[in-house]
Design a protein around this ligand. Structure first.
Ligand code: NAG
Length: 267
């Protein structure tokens, strides 16, 4: 069955938007093998799509990760294999880049770095404020100015084998250092007529593309009407919902704990 997850930041005010403001980004899917010794024991799946960064706008592929809060891209300063296997961002070549330190503008000299862990890996990088656009270049896309982390180091595991270049964290603002690092918050603040919603369609078939939508959800993929549920403990930054019941084949699974939490994200 096609799976649709549609989520809403409840604390943000609704902006009236037209359905044709929907921004649909097709997602590629990668099966990444998990080895035990020499054997492939399972596959994890990664879904990723293209964004445009900087001026001139360059294309990068990113995972839209609901379990983290920052945007990161490999930097040209990173020479490791994991970085060289991907498109790398060059802040010196972008006229829309503002080089930052932890406290604000970078005044030259030694520059602050931040370390962020992503699942099993880690990224160490600088801060840059940049123009990040969803469905086109700076001139015609839906863009927000956001603080991004440009990775000067990035662990080979897991990044080397991923086909995508970077990550856009779509977690709630509290997962980010501050809200200026949160792409979705910045988009909601600055995007004209931007409805602060996103929705995923994860296809069950490899010949039908999965997609992520911004500004609403793609109703063409729905089999029933949309239901809303509050985020549990939103201050933790995760899209957590309470699970009240688990039913398998029409039977309630009695061993299900009375309250379980499910977090949407990638690991
Ligand atoms: C980054 O951009 C600057 C300015 O265009 C250029 O001089 C430099 O060679 C670029 N760095 C790399 C590694 O491509």
């Amino acid at each position: 069955m096609p799976l649709l997850l549609a989520v809403l930041i409840c604390t943000l005010k609704f902006v009236a938007g037209e359905p044709n403001n929907l921004i649909v980004i097709p997602l590629d899917k990668q099966y990444v093998p998990i080895y035990r010794g020499e054997d492939v024991v399972a596959y994890k799946t990664a879904y990723f799509g293209d964004i445009f960064v900087g001026s001139p706008s360059l294309e990068f592929s990113v995972v839209f990760d609901t379990g983290s809060g920052h945007v990161f891209l490999p930097s040209v300063k990173c020479e490791s294999e994991a970085c060289r296997a991907h498109r790398r961002y060059n802040e010196s070549a972008s006229s829309s880049a503002i080089q930052l330190d932890h406290e604000g503008l970078w005044a030259g000299g030694e520059r602050d770095e931040v370390a962020i862990s992503f699942g099993t890996g880690e990224v160490i990088g600088n801060f840059v404020e940049e123009a990040v656009c969803l469905n086109g270049k700076l001139t015609d896309g839906a863009c927000a100015r956001v603080r991004i982390v440009t990775a000067n180091q990035m662990t080979d595991e897991p990044f080397q084998n991923f086909h995508f270049d970077g990550v856009i964290g779509l977690g709630l603002a509290n997962l980010a250092v501050d809200s200026q690092f949160s792409f979705f918050e910045q988009m909601a603040r600055s995007g004209e007529n931007f409805v602060p919603q996103f929705g995923y369609f994860l296809s069950e078939r490899d010949d039908v593309a999965s997609e992520i939508c911004f500004g609403g959800h793609d109703a063409r993929h729905m089999r029933s009407s949309l239901q809303w549920t509050p985020v549990h403990d939103p201050h933790k930054g995760f899209w957590q919902v309470k699970i009240l019941r688990v039913t398998v084949n029409g039977e309630e699974w009695s061993r299900a704990p009375p309250q379980a939490y499910y977090t949407i994200g990638y690991r």
